[in-house]
Design a protein. Structure first.
Lengths: 314, 549
């Protein structure tokens, strides 16, 4: 018996994937980002990279060499190692804070858009009020106020897991930053999600789902949320650079990572101070930071074009 | 799209900032150094935003520099010869043969900027205010040489028993605790300046710590200048006081103090033509600054020590062994050579050499670093933290100044290597740093102390029990007793001996970690500035700075 040949239908996601793969700039950006992640998170696991916090006062501000490809900084620490470890922190903040913002913004926007009416008005006016407040100032106040609990968290983790302080402290010390940036960075996303939800809510298939007697939760997360994903993914890729910038701003004014650990923001600040004397200290971290931001922007643009082809024309 | 809007908004912000920088630097092709030189106004870098212009509330060097232009004491420093004294509000003075009784005769033409005469009452009022037990003046011990001043400050005796007597409007008599031939030297400091009694009384009275008498439009002073404009974190400008008795002798038309904490920024601003004199060139910029302008770079000896305060009220720093271990484990030679780039001398004691005083060698000064490290490890083990095990994470507080931060990172690494302990660095903005230090809300505080007068007492007296700038919680009766004997004796040699003994007692218990004796490195425009002289106390009278266009 012969099985009938079916033409495999193309899903929306398949189409998007195809379009993305055809976008050369976006794909290069994607490969670059993967390489950057590998460099920052995997490479330092091997002993070829020095400890970024080992000072060597006999080898201060050394120029590039085989042993120190990027040279050393003002305390004789290997700059390559510092840039890579700094990248860990900057990328991590970018990712984690974005995820925090994503979760809050998505749920808030979904609820607001789905319920509508007075609740919607109230929720959106709250967002308006929060929008009116200066973001950086709020982040500073917020991160200062949760500094103490996060320090206790660090101590607790060290005492229960027995991990060394050196490996735990740099990451856990950033928790206030994650929470502060994430908790205040969801506003734009909430608005976008709400508008989209309102639009989808009036579609026939939602009415069908409702008349079948599905619960609100099921409708929200099974039928509405998946259809928002395109917009959300695009927005997220474009939001990461902004959040990384906020982190570097905070580190620049001394509120981000604690010395001797570094992020790209602190490295750039240290380099900027000494740019007449040792320009390498400014050059390398800036190069890494700028290229990563550029790549994220390219990828975000590519994703937007792929998922929503209409928007590319405006 | 919202993203596009965000982008545009961000770009426009960047453009505004960039264009304002460009506009500012290109205006008419004339630098602000040139512009203000033509107006004969001095632009001087002044480290930090002043905490207060009230001489009884200020403690920072930056505040003192401004106050010295706004108020005038009984005496003033000689503009050419360091250490020499000229009459200020006092026209002359005499003392008895023991140098305990001093009589100052005030000049009758001295006026406050509101036209009222400066009288001996204003001085007595100022001294009473600073010493008042309820006022809480941090610098009260500067007046302790006066008989009964310490007791009054501690609330043990009424004001009548303090050796400050107003004979008449223009005669002030001071009775001192012990023979003090160097009294006029002490009086150069702003804590000995008068304040306008009538004006302070009209603004909340003597004990009102939030009095508004020092506010810009409400200011009354007797100094060479009066405040003109104050833009927070931008500048504070002063203009000549028309009622100042030496008005015709002022060499310039005003001063702008620019609070620039970051030495890199300051140095860059200097080369960008925005300053005539800077406060500080960071060590890493020294060779660069020298190659750019050899004649403008200054490197002066300075009566100043860089050290760490330890909060002796907190465990484990309440254990002297821990404190000594921390001190021994710092390789000061490497620190001074590599981080400070030789703009200083490694310090094992607190008081810098000079003014006839030499330090008795401390035991640790004779060891080499290897031996010190061994001893440090041993001490830490004795205290129960062998190899750093169980040692809590201490916080090392620094100001946001870059030199202090690099130093902190270096020492953090040294402690981790040698003792196996971890400290966390907290970098604070200046006012927050000051507040935390004064409320002893710190573990280790990166500090510096520059002499208020040319005498070792300005350093040793700091650690007196309950002293307003002690801030370590350390106290020792023997130490206080040595200080009392030093004040009581009339013999210079004996006095120095007592001070030396006191310092030895303090150094044995390590409430502080001395790091190095600092030098002053700064830039001064050789083209615009005339008449500038290096000062051990960095107290050159700014009214004697001549500005050439």
């Amino acid at each position: 018996m012969k099985t009938p040949q079916y033409q495999q239908g193309n899903s929306l996601w398949k189409d998007a994937q195809k379009r993305l793969f055809r976008n050369k700039a976006a794909m290069m950006a994607l490969y670059f980002l993967i390489a950057m992640f590998v460099a920052c998170f995997v490479l330092p696991l091997f002993p070829i990279i020095d400890n970024p916090n080992t000072t060597n006062l006999d080898n201060i501000a050394a120029p590039c060499s085989m042993q120190h490809p990027f040279g050393t900084d003002q305390l004789g620490r290997d700059l390559l190692a510092r840039v890579l470890y700094g990248g860990r922190i900057s990328l991590l903040v970018g990712l984690v804070a974005t995820i925090v913002a994503l979760v809050i913004g998505l749920i808030y926007g979904l609820i607001s858009g789905y319920i509508g009416g007075r609740t919607d008005a109230l929720m959106m006016r709250t967002v308006d009020v929060l929008f009116a407040l200066p973001f950086i100032v709020l982040v500073i106040v917020f991160s200062l106020s949760i500094e103490q609990p996060s320090r206790e968290l660090t101590e607790w983790v060290i005492s229960t897991t027995g991990w060394s302080r050196e490996s735990v402290a740099p990451i856990l010390g950033l928790v206030p930053l994650f929470i502060a940036i994430g908790a205040l960075g969801w506003l734009t996303l909430a608005r976008i999600v709400r508008t989209q939800t309102q639009e989808i809510k009036s579609q026939e298939y939602i009415q069908a789902a409702r008349s079948l007697g599905l619960s609100h939760i099921r409708i929200l997360f099974r039928h509405i949320a998946p259809n928002l994903m395109g917009t959300v993914v695009v927005y997220t890729t474009l939001a990461v650079p902004g959040i990384m910038l906020t982190e570097s701003t905070l580190s620049f004014i001394g509120l981000g990572v604690k010395a001797p650990n570094s992020s790209w923001g602190t490295l750039i600040k240290e380099g900027a101070d000494r740019m007449e004397v040792t320009p390498e200290l400014l050059l390398f971290p800036t190069l890494f930071f700028c290229l990563t931001l550029l790549a994220l922007n390219f990828l975000g643009d590519g994703l937007r074009d792929a998922i929503d082809p209409k928007s590319a024309k405006d | 799209m919202i993203d596009v809007l965000c982008m545009i908004r961000r770009l426009s912000t960047i453009m505004t900032v960039l264009s304002s920088i460009l506009l500012y630097s290109c205006g008419d092709g004339e630098t602000s150094a040139q512009h203000f030189a033509n107006k004969r106004i001095l632009l001087i870098g002044n480290n930090s935003e002043p905490q207060s212009l009230d001489p009884h509330k200020a403690t920072a060097v930056a505040d003192g520099k401004i106050i010295s232009t706004l108020l005038e004491g009984l005496v003033r420093p000689h503009p050419q010869r360091d250490g020499e004294i000229l009459p200020g509000v006092a026209k002359d003075w005499q003392h008895d043969e023991t140098a305990k009784e001093w009589t100052f005769r005030l000049r009758k033409e001295a006026r406050w900027s509101d036209g009222r005469p400066v009288t001996a009452h204003d001085f007595a009022y100022a001294y009473q205010r600073l010493l008042h037990p309820q006022f809480g003046g941090k610098y009260a011990e500067m007046l302790y040489p006066i008989l009964g001043a310490e007791e009054y400050n501690k609330g043990q005796t009424p004001w009548e028993n303090v050796g400050v007597k107003v004979i008449n409007d223009h005669t002030l008599k001071l009775t001192l605790k012990g023979p003090t031939p160097h009294l006029p030297q002490l009086m150069l400091h702003f804590t000995w300046y008068p304040i306008p009694r009538h004006h302070v009384e009209a603004n909340g009275g003597m004990l009102d710590r939030r009095s508004k008498w020092t506010q810009q439009n409400n200011w009354v002073g007797n100094g060479a200048y009066i405040p003109h404009q104050h833009q927070f974190n931008n500048y504070l400008s002063v203009i000549p006081n028309p009622r100042y008795h030496r008005r015709n002798e002022l060499k310039n038309n005003g001063i702008r103090f620019l609070p620039i904490v970051n030495g890199y920024t300051e140095t860059r601003m200097y080369f960008g033509g925005k300053l005539h004199i800077t406060n500080n060139v960071p060590p890493e910029m020294i060779s660069y600054a020298k190659t750019r302008t050899h004649e403008d770079f200054c490197r002066d000896p300075y009566y100043c020590t860089i050290f760490y305060r330890l909060n002796t009220t907190r465990a484990p720093l309440n254990d002297a062994r821990v404190r000594e271990a921390l001190s021994l484990a710092i390789d000061r030679e490497a620190l001074v050579q590599k981080v400070v780039r030789n703009a200083g001398i490694p310090a094992y004691g607190f008081t810098p050499p000079g003014a006839g005083y030499t330090q008795a060698p401390t035991p640790s000064a004779t060891l080499n670093q290897q031996q010190r490290n061994e001893k440090a490890k041993q001490l830490l083990a004795d205290a129960g933290y062998a190899g750093g095990a169980g040692f809590p994470t201490l916080e090392l507080m620094t100001t946001s100044r870059d030199v202090q931060r690099i130093m902190a990172e270096t020492i953090q690494a040294m402690w981790a290597d040698t003792l196996g302990i971890h400290v966390e660095i907290r970098s604070c903005e200046w006012t927050a740093y000051k507040a935390a230090q004064q409320s002893m809300n710190y573990d280790i505080s990166s500090s510096s102390w520059s002499g208020d007068y040319l005498d070792p007492a300005t350093f040793v007296e700091l650690w007196r029990t309950g002293g307003g700038n002690n801030n370590t919680g350390w106290s020792n009766e023997q130490f206080d007793a040595q200080l009392t004997s030093a004040t009581a004796t009339g013999n210079t040699q004996q006095r120095l001996q007592h001070l030396q003994n006191a310092e030895q007692i303090m150094l044995r218990e390590h409430p502080i970690i001395p790091l190095y004796y600092s030098e002053r490195t700064y830039l001064r425009s050789s083209r615009h500035v005339r008449g500038w002289q290096p000062r051990l106390l960095d107290n050159f009278p700014l009214d004697a700075v001549e500005i050439k266009p």
